[in-house]
Design a protein around this ligand. Structure first.
Ligand code: ACO
Length: 162
């Protein structure tokens, strides 16, 4: 099992994983237009943290790091159907927090969570209370009325992965 994180940088092996992840999102997030999923997953300013097992994608999180604002916006998050509720979603989020803090220099995540995923995000330390100063994120993230805005503060020191 491995966790990898990168943008679309044109490397073949990585492209195969990004396409696999795009297919998982398309299946697990039926309300999202497929073209929108493809566009963001393949966009060079987005990155995807993925769980890879036997060289296959099990799931992932696509996010956009706003480096100057030091926060990231999670666009999509999903685990393939037959691997859900086995702990992969939690491990994925922990790897994402560690990477976002140590590589991107981020302090917070914001996301518009689907109603049915709010419970998962709360377990990952997200909350409906937005503490992040509005001038750090306003105008950066797109308003989206199909979900609930949630925030997570990344601990500056905590080791999230072992
Ligand atoms: N609602 C409430 N709690 C949940 C949900 C949920 N939908 N999914 C998982 N949990 C809980 C689990 O029961 C578990 O609780 P526990 O620690 O007390 O046992 C905890 O959250 C973590 O479970 P994992 O096994 O780590 O989660 P999983 O690997 O299933 O990944 C995920 C969670 C990503 C939500 C997955 O179930 C999934 O792909 N769902 C369908 C797609 C989806 O809804 N994605 C999020 C949309 S919002 C967005 O993308 C911004």
């Amino acid at each position: 099992l491995k966790f990898v994180c990168f943008p679309n940088d044109g490397i073949d092996e990585r492209m195969v994983w990004l396409i696999g992840l795009k297919n998982i999102f398309a299946r697990q997030l039926p309300n999202m237009p497929k073209e929108y999923i493809v566009r963001l997953v393949m966009d060079r300013s987005h990155k995807s943290m993925m769980v890879i097992r036997h060289n296959h994608v099990v799931g992932g999180i696509t996010y956009r790091p706003y480096i100057s604002q030091r926060f990231g916006e999670i666009a999509f998050c999903a685990i393939t159907a037959d691997e859900q509720v086995k702990g992969y979603g939690t491990r994925l989020m922990n790897h994402l927090k560690q990477h976002a803090r140590d590589v991107d220099g981020l302090t917070h995540f914001l996301t518009y969570a689907d109603n049915n995923a709010v419970g998962y995000f709360i377990k990952q330390g997200f909350s409906m209370e937005i503490d992040l100063d509005k001038n750090r994120w306003q105008g950066y993230i797109k308003d989206y009325d199909g979900g609930i805005l949630m925030e997570c503060k990344i601990d500056p020191k905590l080791p999230y992965t072992d």
